[in-house]
Write a protein that binds this ligand. Structure first.
Ligand code: NAP
Ligand code: MG
Length: 525
């Protein structure tokens, strides 16, 4: 650890900058990605253990993670943890907490700097795991890995900042200080759609602040989490600080949430599961002596508003990228385009023309823009929404699915009523609902008319309207004249309002505070 600690100390002195995205127009980068895809292909199909208190535990009961582009290709076999094993994992985390909470913040941060460095070295490999396991395109996978690196670099520095002397008022005759201490044992429950970034972000925020966790990855992306566990092991993170528990969320999820040892739950995923966690966590269990904290980031029904003053080409590009990047499977996806009447036909025509150009297919090729949706049930659910959409509006593009693999064409449905189901419910696939507004006021009102409030964008050149939207467009992440996806760590702290979650602003200066409690200490002189 000494050498990594030393090099990490040097890193800590430098300001945070976002990891640059890989330029795949460079032949060397393309070759590196192809080589990594080859290497990962040769590693597919292995069996992965649970990791509890540093012990690797094989299970007789396993489930397979599949390649959604080619479902007969098995990415890996994973232990299906039992309720007892979930309890053991909580116990191991509780035990490790007793020592980990005393490890100085600087040392904890240095594990993250070291892990970030290893992930930088393995960037193309991590991209390849995502290309195979969840069907990301090269560019989407690379941005996901970059974001994971950013989270670690950012949270490590944030921890160092929180460990500094905090400003409090000094009162005559007393010394006053305030320190941030960890909460305890956390359950970390990430989604599969940013299988590297969000999983790494929630886990690293938890442990850098001195907590220990049970990490339960999404069942469609456990191999990616297993790669991160390798990294944590290699940087020498002590056993039990992060325990790795694969298995069905509907079976072991409740155990992790309800355990009296759980102090907090960091969850990112769907609205319904988030609300269930919130409810279960609120009930004190026998022996529990704290109120559980929940950090919940949930769904979205994000809108892009276009008015008649906008650059219509830029707006159409923003709409298409936001709607169809990673097959629309982003909480930030622009699944509604709200366009004022006077430019409606023009914008729709441009959007459809641009969406027609998108390539769909083999994501192991750098030229492919869209891959499959994540699994059979996603394909079924999205297809059902497309059928609903056909009765709620007019199908302008796509609508079909393709096998083998869980492919769904980029689908655009026009003339959708603002209250239609496809304009209100999160579909989480490549389906764009286009809504006609009478004017800007009407458009803004429609934008705010769902129960969500995650991201939103306005394309306009009218300064007064931009000012109004700044105040009235009720979303956690608001963008003007650009797409509504692709927030950068540090620059655009991410999290939404209303049913989109607890607005926990991942990648922002407030985030680590959610994983700590503040202790005020006064000494009488
Ligand atoms: P999901 O079905 O809610 O699953 C998320 C995680 O919860 C998975 O690890 C899942 O495990 C687990 N889980 C399922 N049932 C559970 C239960 N009863 N108790 C505890 N955990 C349980 O969501 P998803 O399909 O993975 O992800 C898509 C959703 O995430 C979308 O709604 C999207 O908008 C949202 N999202 C939000 C943000 C944000 O920042 N606001 C970011 C990304 C994604 P299994 O896989 O084993 O079921
Ligand atoms: Mg799911």
């Amino acid at each position: 650890m000494t050498t990594t600690v030393n090099s990490a100390s040097v890193r800590a002195q430098t300001p945070f900058i976002n990891a640059p995205l890989t330029d795949f127009s460079h032949e060397a980068n393309r070759q590196a990605q192809v080589a990594a895809l080859q290497q990962v292909k040769s590693e597919l199909g292995q069996t992965y253990p649970l990791i509890i208190g540093g012990k690797k535990i094989m299970s007789a009961h396993t489930f397979a993670s599949l390649n959604p582009s080619q479902p007969d290709q098995i990415i890996g076999h994973f232990a299906r943890a039992s309720v007892e094993q979930a309890e053991e994992a909580m116990q191991a985390a509780a035990q490790a907490f007793e020592t980990w909470k005393r490890v100085p913040a600087q040392e904890r941060a240095h594990y993250l700097f070291a892990a970030a460095e290893l992930l930088r070295q393995r960037r193309f490999l991590m991209n390849a795991w995502m290309i195979y396991e969840v069907g990301k395109s090269w560019v989407e996978a690379d941005a996901d890995t970059a974001e994971a690196i950013d989270f670690m670099e950012f949270y490590a520095r944030e921890m160092l900042r929180l460990a500094e002397k905090q400003p409090v008022v000094q009162i005559e005759g007393e010394d006053n200080e305030l320190v941030y201490i960890p909460l305890g044992v956390g359950a970390v429950i990430p989604p599969w759609n940013f299988p590297c970034a969000i999983m790494v972000g929630m886990t690293s925020a938890s442990f850098v602040t001195g907590n220990t966790v049970v990490l339960k990855p999404a069942s469609t992306s456990p191999a990616i989490a297993a790669q991160f566990m390798h990294i944590l092991e290699e940087v020498g993170l002590p056993a039990g600080v992060v325990n790795f528990l694969t298995g069905s969320g509907s079976i072991i999820g409740d155990v992790l949430v309800e355990s009296p040892q759980t102090r907090f739950i960091a969850f990112t995923g769907s609205r319904d599961v988030g609300l269930r966690i919130n409810e279960l966590a609120a009930r004190p269990q026998k022996g529990q002596i704290w109120i559980k904290r929940t950090i919940l980031e949930m769904g979205g029904k994000d809108a892009i508003v276009v008015d008649e003053t906008a650059d219509l080409d830029a707006a159409a590009t923003g709409i298409v990228t936001s709607a169809f990047g990673f097959q629309g499977q982003k909480c930030s996806a622009g699944s509604r385009a709200i366009i004022v009447e006077s430019v409606y036909d023009q914008v729709v025509q441009k959007v459809v023309a641009k969406a027609k150009q998108l390539t769909m297919g083999d994501v192991t090729l750098p030229t492919t823009y869209m891959g499959p949706v994540v699994d059979a049930s996603a394909q079924k659910k999205i297809s059902e929404y497309i059928e609903i959409g056909k009765s709620e509006g007019s199908l302008l593009l796509g609508g079909k699915h393709h096998e083998p693999g869980y492919f769904i064409e980029p689908t655009i449905i026009g003339d959708v009523n603002a209250h239609a189901r496809i304009a209100q419910e999160e579909i989480f696939g490549p389906v764009l609902a286009i809504i006609k507004a009478q004017d800007f006021d009407d458009a803004l009102q429609i934008a705010n008319s769902t129960e969500y409030g995650l991201t939103g964008a306005l394309f306009s050149r009218d300064e007064q309207r931009i000012e109004r939207a700044r105040a009235e467009f009720h979303v956690g992440n608001l963008y003007f004249n650009r797409k509504c996806t692709g927030a950068f760590v540090g620059a655009q702290p991410f999290g939404g309002f209303n049913m989109s979650g607890t607005d926990s602003k991942a990648g922002g200066r407030d985030y680590l505070l959610l994983f700590t409690q503040a202790k005020s200490i006064t000494t009488k002189r």
